[in-house]
Design a protein around this ligand. Structure first.
Ligand code: 13P
Ligand code: SF4
Length: 302
């Protein structure tokens, strides 16, 4: 492992590359990254780093977003098969139908989506800024895609707008069931429940805090509580334990693993720093259309 880390460090300098990693990747991957964060933070960092090459340790939509925001940079994925199934769970034809049915509608697209879906949308959001951004939109009707659960959570926070939901979902977060969470709460009555808004509403209702991966980490750092039940992907434990080694973290069952995020390994990071072959390529028309939705998110989230 030490040899791999040493070689990665050398190659980063040689190739003028920076490594970005999401909290759901393996701890060893997070350890070799220059920046680790939630989807919003990583897309913002991607626009600020000076390096020519961005190696993105995450799923396809994350690398695509980095490329859309920085078409002049080389964006590399350690594993091109690491893809988020939810990113495909919206339909461009359905977006057109909704636009025809409502005069005053904004198509709000979770960043967990393909470039094609972003290009057909008005604005992107992440779990950390969806409420803020939708609140700032002048439109009364909101077509929220692809995630039905983040959509329903956002709608609960903004009762004066009319939401049209889509039925996309994350299989990792919807695997967390309220019955199992209730059992975990009985087993650990001292623990606070921290949940990601991709969970279903019956799980979110039982939570003490709801937020993005960064939000969950910040909450656990600042909280006086000593134990937490974590309702999101367990890769987040790496940073949680790094920041609060003395606190206790419990999962709900055994399914809180994103197989796509776990495809990224340090060996693949090293291989791609050597070869720079898994480049993210998008067509020009998609670039500029999807860029508008992402840029609008960055502007409204400030
Ligand atoms: P965050 O933006 O909260 O990091 O979430 C990304 C994600 O894929 C959740 O499943
Ligand atoms: Fe997609 Fe769910 Fe994995 Fe996040 S945890 S990348 S939403 S499959």
């Amino acid at each position: 492992m030490e040899d791999i880390i040493k070689r990665i460090e050398e190659l980063k300098k040689e190739k003028d590359a920076v490594i970005l990693a999401h909290y759901y990747t393996d701890g060893q991957v997070q350890a070799v990254a220059d920046y680790v964060g939630d989807s919003y933070y990583l897309s913002k960092v991607a626009t600020e780093v000076p390096q020519k090459v961005i190696l993105f340790c995450g799923v396809s939509f994350m690398g695509e977003s980095a490329k859309i925001l920085n078409p002049e940079k080389m964006v590399i994925m350690p594993d091109t098969y690491a893809d988020c199934p939810m990113a495909h769970m919206a339909d461009v034809e359905k977006i057109k139908e909704i636009r025809e049915s409502y005069e005053d509608v904004a198509v709000v697209c979770y960043i967990n989506s393909t470039a094609e879906i972003k290009a057909a949308s008005d604005v992107c959001v992440t779990s950390s800024n969806a409420v803020k951004i939708v609140n700032a939109l002048p439109d009364h009707n909101i077509y929220f895609i692809p995630d039905g659960n983040l959509g329903r959570y956002t709608a609960k926070m903004i009762p004066d707008k009319n939401f049209i939901f889509n039925d996309g979902f994350c299989h990792v977060h919807t695997s967390i069931k309220p019955e199992e969470l209730k059992k975990a709460k009985e087993l650990h009555p001292e623990a606070l429940v921290l949940a990601h808004p991709e969970c279903t509403w019956d799980v979110l209702e039982l939570a003490d805090y709801i937020g993005s991966t960064s939000g969950i980490i910040d909450f656990a750092v600042k909280s006086d509580a000593k134990a937490f039940i974590i309702c999101t992907e367990m890769g987040i434990l790496y940073e949680l334990k790094l920041k609060n080694p003395e606190k206790k973290y419990y999962s709900v069952g055994h399914r809180q693993f994103c197989p796509n995020m776990k495809r990224i390994t340090t060996e693949k990071v090293l291989e791609q720093l050597e070869k720079l072959s898994n480049t993210v390529e998008l067509n020009e028309e998609l670039y500029s259309k999807a860029n508008k939705a992402l840029d609008r998110m960055l502007a409204l989230a400030e």
